[in-house]
Ligand binder design. Structure first.
Ligand code: CP3
Length: 360
């Protein structure tokens, strides 16, 4: 991990690379670091080209391709961090669940987990099968060295459990909550198994060069506060702590989490992801200033005229108020059809922003 103090002949680059890590640790930075959720994806021509010849899972499983897609997106955008190209669902495979991505439909798990016996059959001893993600991280880390932050990631136990149980995306999480309420022992065992596998998966990523781990609890907003505390918090907290013990900061991300932020922060995660439904200063207040925050532009703002986009970007930055520990990002992922030039424009806006002349 490069720091400003370590300046070398590549000092300029070292400074840029450290900006993201420094912000995760709430240290002062020269400019607010910026990257985007789903920065490598179908909105980008280069990605669509690769996808013409390979499935999503093929790209993930071939380190050369996964690294190329990761690097191309980060370089094209000029962001401060690169998130490894992989998918949330990859750990289902070594746990013994088959899944596929069906065009336009998202992921489908063929035999969803519904009973205590289904939970019992899940394996926890094959996380090493995910080594291909680590190999891709090694390549990305070798490419960027200290120039950009390298982000590894995994799903949070609740969000992954919901995919395993629903068999795919869901509107109401009925099956998930049926198991959670109806069989708390099986639920607890499922989350324990996920923590075991995800901890090992994160370890592979950190050993390979991931400098930060983002834990995606994308669907945790489906839980009220009491249920979050009763059924999801402990497992997330254990995972957060286990990753921190590996020596890297953790970003804990969710959507529609306004009522959960304080509880999410008490996992001890270094950085909490904020969506766009409340101003960043309010979200940060709820999280507490002992944590860094990441967010929180509405991803659909990227379709707006550039003047509106600029207003919204500046609102986010002003609302963060120049406080150490803000990482600029979207509140959720870039969607297909997003104009790439607008994403690039946001990077420039963030990097050019200075608080003192922000009010003109
Ligand atoms: O730059 C990046 O962020 C790309 C790496 C990445 C992917 N998935 C690749 C991908 C990351 C970080 C993810 C995480 C992921 N995967 C999440 C959490 C993030 C979030 O949005 O909350 C979730 C919920 C998934 C599961 C998943 N994967 C879904 C629901 C879908 C289908 C959605 C769709 O838009 O079709 C995917 C597919 C997927 N994973 C794509 C990409 C680039 C797009 C599909 C493709 O290329 O065929």
């Amino acid at each position: 991990m490069g720091t400003i103090e370590q300046g070398t002949a590549g000092g300029e680059n070292l400074l840029a690379g450290s900006r993201f890590i420094r912000a995760c640790l709430r240290k002062p930075v020269d400019r607010t670091p910026v990257w985007f959720l789903r920065q490598a994806g179908r909105y980008m021509q280069e990605y669509r080209e690769v996808r013409k010849h390979h499935t999503l899972v093929e790209i993930c499983k071939q380190p050369e391709l996964a690294a190329e897609v990761t690097i191309t997106a980060a370089e094209k955008l000029g962001v401060d961090a690169a998130i490894i190209f992989a998918d949330l669902l990859l750990p289902l495979d070594p746990m013994g669940l088959d899944f596929e991505f069906q065009a336009g439909e998202g992921p489908v798990v063929h035999h969803p987990v519904r009973t205590a016996e289904d939970v019992r059959l899940l394996r926890t001893d094959r996380a090493a099968d995910l080594e291909y993600v680590a190999l891709a991280i090694q390549k990305v880390a070798a490419h960027f060295r200290d120039r950009l932050g390298i982000i590894g990631f995994c799903g949070a136990p609740y969000t992954l459990a919901s995919y395993m149980i629903e068999g795919g995306g869901s509107r109401n999480y009925i099956e998930t909550k049926k198991l959670m309420y109806g069989n708390p022992l099986a639920w607890g065992s499922l989350l324990d198994k996920l923590v075991t596998v995800l901890t090992e998966y994160c370890r592979l990523q950190v050993l390979a060069g991931a400098e930060v781990i983002q834990i995606f609890d994308s669907w945790v907003g489906s839980l009220g506060l009491a249920d979050y505390q009763a059924y999801a918090f402990e497992a997330s907290k254990r995972l957060v702590r286990a990753v921190q013990e590996m020596g890297v900061p953790v970003i804990y991300f969710g959507v529609e989490t306004a009522g959960l932020l304080k509880a999410m922060a008490s996992t001890g995660a270094d950085v909490i992801g904020l969506d766009w439904r409340q101003p960043i200063d309010e979200g940060w207040h709820a999280v507490g200033h002992a944590h860094a925050v990441q967010g929180n532009l509405d991803p659909i703002t990227l379709f707006a005229p550039v003047e509106i986009l600029e207003q919204r970007v500046k609102e986010v930055l002003r609302s963060a108020g120049g406080r150490a520990g803000h990482i600029f990002n979207l509140g959720h992922g870039i969607v297909p059809g997003t104009p790439v030039e607008n994403v690039q424009a946001v990077v420039k806006m963030v990097h050019d922003f200075r608080l003192e002349n922000a009010h003109g």
